[in-house]
Design a protein around this ligand. Structure first.
Ligand code: SAM
Length: 249
């Protein structure tokens, strides 16, 4: 019984791909990928003993020990170059996801990898920036809500012209809609270039950013009472951010 969040992550994995799921915890995602016939094999990587044991039990319970290798280790350390077509990293902060990808890149672990399916719980901006800086084209983004929380899924692929396409993706002047005039490119990394262009029909994305505006307004009301010069600078920046958010929503 897979959560909607994990099901949507699985959706972005290409048919027939050998997957390495890093920070797999209970290995629910690789088990699902095998059972649904999407992946022929998978690696479930886990740093910590408890979740590693849980993953082993899950895989044994599903009688998938042949197809899913559960390995204990830090990030992409558990993957050898060429072993995986797809890497999934879900349910962690964006900073940690970025650090895992960067360490793996330096160790050559991303060679041969075709796609990344990433689901940061927070700090999506850090992941988008890493993808942009490392030649991974952000092909799709999705936002969903589960148990009162908002999750974003980023699907990135290797492409010969990834850099060119990424540049256009984050350049508002390539846009046809009204946002182009108001948008700072910076904000695109925070809000998501696809989510901004085509907000979800359920309004999840708009609600997320309306909540953010409310938060900024609350903070700026508190800061208005402060007389520190530093606070005044921060306040102005906050208010600019708020105004810009308001304009694109
Ligand atoms: N990916 C699953 C999901 O989305 O439902 C589990 C998410 S769980 C909140 C995060 C898991 O990542 C934990 O089991 C934790 O032990 C593991 N983890 C944290 N840092 C890690 C690292 N550097 N390498 C591998 N696993 C890590």
């Amino acid at each position: 019984n897979l959560s909607n969040r994990l099901e949507r992550i699985a959706y972005f994995v290409g048919q027939g791909r050998r997957v390495a799921d890093i920070g797999s915890d209970h290995a629910l995602l690789p088990v699902y990928l095998l059972q649904s016939g999407k992946s022929p094999s998978a690696i479930a990587g886990e740093l910590n003993g408890g979740p590693y044991e849980a993953a082993r039990r899950q895989v044994a319970g599903a009688r998938l020990e042949e197809a899913i290798q559960v390995r204990q280790g830090n990030g992409l350390e558990v993957v050898q170059p060429g072993e995986a077509d797809t890497i999934t990293i879900a349910g962690m902060g964006g900073g940690l996801i970025r650090d895992i990808l960067e360490a793996g890149r330096l160790q050559g672990k991303l060679e041969g990898v075709q796609e990344l399916v990433l689901q940061p719980n927070v700090g999506e901006e850090l992941v988008r920036r890493w993808l942009f800086n490392n030649g991974w084209y952000l092909q799709e983004e999705e936002i969903l809500e589960e148990d009162g929380k908002t999750y974003e899924i980023l699907h990135a692929v290797r492409e010969p012209d990834a850099d060119v396409r990424n540049k256009q993706l984050y350049d508002p002047s390539f846009w046809e809609n009204a946002y182009a005039k108001v948008l700072r490119s910076e904000l695109l990394y925070v809000m998501g270039p696809w989510l901004l262009r085509k907000p979800d029909a359920n309004g999840i994305w708009a609600r997320k950013w309306n909540r953010e505006i409310e938060k900024l307004e609350k903070i700026s009301r508190q800061m208005e009472r402060s007389e520190l010069a530093e606070s005044q600078e921060k306040l102005k920046q906050l208010q600019r951010d708020r105004d810009e958010l308001k304009e694109v929503l």
